[in-house]
Design a protein around this ligand. Structure first.
Ligand code: AVJ
Length: 329
């Protein structure tokens, strides 16, 4: 019998989702972490605070569109009994405006809320079902960036119409190829005639963008640094958030806001669960998020390539945020 060569023990944590992401993101250079890591319970809570900041116009602008046009948006869905599905629903605070419009139109509505945060979805279900008679909420804790093929969306009835909601500029987190993949995944859940409502943040003056992602009260900084706190908790690392500075940059060429965590000193951080040391030079950054800003042409192009046709478009009074109703073709 032949002797087996001893293999190094497999590090179990490296096989978990967060372990794999931190190992990938912090091993090389430039360092980068995926924005889904923001959304533990504390991160979801901090994001809700961001949406209330005076500088963060994104949520307010989209709400303004829904307040003015919810009935129009819902009736644009066409004939049949409408069901709504939302990717990245979070606490679904704006979605209530659309659900109310759907109830006005057809008496009741089924709403499937899909999000990575269970706590946010619990809040959503509680408040929506409590406040809007006629709405039934089904919460699905799923990371939709893994694909939608296995979503339990249920049987489609004869006169069912599906409307997918992908609002709040969630699509802005992803580069073009990945954004396209998500839109195509959505398209696969639809039949011709169904619709997608896509909310996207529009290109605007640089100062306005920068303030929205670097508020003076420091909520966005806390949101950004929370990713380090989460990694400490889940992987046992010793990141000191105080040794990092929150940075927001406008990358004109790529048309995106970037968020980074900049190391204030040269430091070495230990991640026990992965058995790695992470060396950070002074002023070296960990790139934690992209938030792409779009033009109508870009959105129209993306949707066309995913099998949709833009049918209607709404903006807020300032023209800062775009809401696109796209029909599956
Ligand atoms: C949830 C991705 C839409 O990009 O504006 C807010 C996240 N990051 N402030 C955005 C975010 C910092 C937000 N999205």
């Amino acid at each position: 019998m032949q002797a087996l060569t001893a293999l190094p023990p497999l590090n179990e944590t490296a096989g978990t989702r967060i372990g794999a992401e931190v190992l990938r993101g912090l091993s090389g250079r430039p360092k980068a972490l995926s924005p889904w890591l923001f959304y533990d319970d504390e991160g979801s809570r901090l994001f809700e605070l961001i949406t209330e900041l005076p500088e963060y116009y994104v949520t307010r602008s989209e709400r303004e569109i829904f307040v003015a046009h919810a009935d129009e948006i819902i009736s644009a869905a066409g004939d049949g009994h409408l069901s709504l599905y939302e990717l990245g629903a979070g606490t679904a605070s704006k979605t209530g405006l659309l659900l109310r419009a759907a109830v006005r139109r057809q008496g009741n509505v089924r709403y499937q809320a899909i999000d990575i945060s269970a706590s946010a979805l619990e809040d959503a279900k509680q408040s929506l079902e409590g406040e809007i008679p006629g709405v039934s909420v089904e919460a699905l804790v799923v990371d939709y960036t893994d694909g939608l093929a296995n979503l339990p969306l249920g049987q489609r009835q004869q006169d069912d119409r599906r409307m997918f909601l992908y609002i709040g500029s969630s699509i802005g987190n992803f580069d073009m190829p990945f954004a396209l993949r998500i839109l195509r995944d959505i398209r696969h859940q639809l039949v011709p005639g169904d619709t997608l409502l896509l909310g996207a943040d529009l290109v605007k003056e640089r100062q306005i963008l920068l303030q929205a992602y670097d508020d003076p009260s420091g909520v966005t900084a806390a949101f950004n640094k929370n990713v380090l706190v989460r990694i400490n908790r889940e992987l046992g690392s010793n990141f000191n958030p105080q040794l990092f500075r929150h940075r927001a940059r406008w990358n004109e060429e790529c048309s995106r806001i970037e968020m980074h965590l900049e190391s204030l000193i040269t430091q070495i951080v230990f991640v026990p669960a992965l058995d790695i040391q992470v060396r950070l030079g002074r002023a070296e950054t960990i790139h934690t998020e992209n938030s792409y800003k779009f033009t109508d042409e870009q959105i129209g192009g993306l949707l066309a390539r995913a099998g949709f046709e833009v049918e209607q478009r709404w903006t807020d009074r300032r023209g800062w945020f775009g809401e696109y109703l796209a029909r599956a073709v």
